[in-house]
Design a protein around this ligand. Structure first.
Ligand SMILES: [Zn+2]
Length: 455
């Protein structure tokens, strides 16, 4: 036994002894493991037991593992992707109707969007602002196993200062003592997994100025939620507000700096503090991508995720509308700057997490492309979309890497994502909590899909 342990310790830092008495799990054999925190490991065997990973071992040492066999030869296994900045469809749709009052929530749209995440290999999402009557029942259904969906974490209503950014979807708080009952009600009734606040006066790009939440109020609210065991994230877009949010105590930021290039000292600070922030490059990219390259909507993930009618509408009406928007022109200039800001903070050792500010698995995969396009190595992009995003959520002990004991959220790929991030789309199989997702059962807006791996 001593000999065996020594051998395993020498092989890699992540090996766990094969455990006896496996349940009826899944055994993925002879596969190359790609996660963001270990070097890629060839010819490994991963076994699940119930909802967790039970064994991660070199195949040569895998003995007596019971369960359904999956041949991993020539294939790649990565942790399920995570998107820590979504606004699930069906609650409201800020992209197409910026100032309209939302109608009743559309549960079906939400269910279809959730399916699109699983189909694209995304097994965890954080909804950072939605109508509670939309997102919270879906979160309950996901947790009870009643719908096919990624793990749903949600903020419920976000919180803002009256008239400030996100006001339409927010609980408006103007005075800590006076409004404390509203906070208590939010915590008790919505049970936010994370609190989302906004610290944004706008007044940049083509947007007029709006009121800003006072910093002392922000700090009091953050502390109050932390005292209830709840992590916090703050919408920011500038370096100044990012610093203020961090020093007011926020655990994470919901966006990178997008208003201009970051200073060297800000990069140093982010590397020192290691405050995770969501990358959200896809939302800024979206406008010009549709205008310049509407054919992206014919890619398989988009065809599966959106109805033919919606794709047609995007290519025609929405595209015409977006062509003339000032915001589209502004984002053409600013999104590459945000990309470079993200790259710099990552290169210095800051913690970038994957977020899109969108609502489909296709968009999450687009975020990976944009991170790679920024100059971040594919393995690091995978770390961003898995482990770092788990750190953002405060769940890195449960999610985000291929280690025994963690939840078995895994994606089997046909091609190596470390060689080309586009290979993260070569999905053969998605597993969530030890359960293999049958994609022919997913209620996708683009219609039922065939299984990508015959079992
Ligand atoms: Zn957002």
């Amino acid at each position: 036994m001593k000999h065996l342990c020594l051998l395993m310790a020498l092989t890699a830092g992540v090996i766990f002894p094969a455990q006896a008495a496996q349940g009826l799990g899944v055994v993925i054999e002879h596969v190359t493991l790609i996660d963001g925190i270990h070097a890629p490991q060839a010819d490994m065997t991963v076994a699940t037991d119930g909802e967790r990973i039970a064994t991660v071992t070199p195949s040569a040492l895998a003995h007596g593992l019971k369960g359904r066999r999956i041949d991993g030869r020539g294939r790649y296994l990565m942790p399920g992707l995570m998107d820590v900045h979504i606004h699930l469809r069906g609650g409201f749709d800020p992209g197409t109707t910026p100032n309209a009052e939302p109608g009743p929530p559309n549960r079906q749209e939400g269910v279809e969007a959730l399916a699109s995440f699983l189909y694209a290999g995304v097994t965890t999402v954080l909804d950072v602002g939605n109508r509670p009557e939309h997102i919270l029942p879906l979160r309950a259904d996901e947790r009870a196993g009643r719908i096919l969906a990624p793990r749903i974490f949600a903020t419920g209503n976000l919180i803002t200062y009256p008239g400030s950014h996100g006001d339409r979807m927010a609980l408006r708080i103007s005075d800590f003592e006076k409004d404390k009952a509203l906070l208590d009600e939010h915590i008790a009734e919505q049970q936010p997994d994370v609190l989302k606040l906004t610290l944004e006066e706008e007044g940049w790009g083509s947007r007029p100025m709006i009121p800003l939440m006072p910093i002392d109020l922000l700090a009091k609210i953050i502390r109050y939620y932390n005292l209830h065991g709840i992590r916090t994230t703050v919408h920011v877009s500038s370096e100044l507000r990012s610093l203020e949010a961090i020093y007011a105590g926020s655990d994470t930021l919901a966006h990178p700096v997008i208003q201009g290039p970051v200073s060297d000292s800000f990069v140093k600070l982010m590397a020192a503090k290691k405050t995770p922030f969501a990358s959200t490059l896809t939302i800024g990219d979206n406008y010009n991508r549709l205008v310049d390259h509407p054919e992206y909507l014919d890619q398989p993930l988009y065809v599966a995720s959106f109805s033919a009618a919606e794709r047609e509408q995007l290519k025609t009406r929405t595209r015409e509308e977006w062509k003339t928007r000032t915001w589209t022109a502004w984002m053409k200039v600013m999104n590459p700057i945000a990309q470079e800001n993200v790259r710099k903070v990552h290169a210095a050792g800051g913690v970038v997490a994957c977020g899109t500010d969108q609502s489909s698995g296709a968009a999450t995969q687009r975020e990976l492309e944009l991170l790679a396009q920024a100059g971040i190595a594919p393995l690091d992009v995978i770390r961003i979309a898995t482990y770092n995003s788990a750190v953002f959520l405060g769940k890195a002990d449960q999610l985000g890497s291929i280690d025994a004991g963690k939840l078995a959220d895994l994606v089997l790929l046909d091609k190596n994502p470390a060689a080309d991030i586009n290979n993260a789309k070569s999905i053969l199989l998605v597993m969530k909590g030890g359960r293999i997702i049958d994609e022919s059962e997913l209620p996708l807006a683009g219609g039922r899909q065939k299984r990508r791996l015959a079992l």
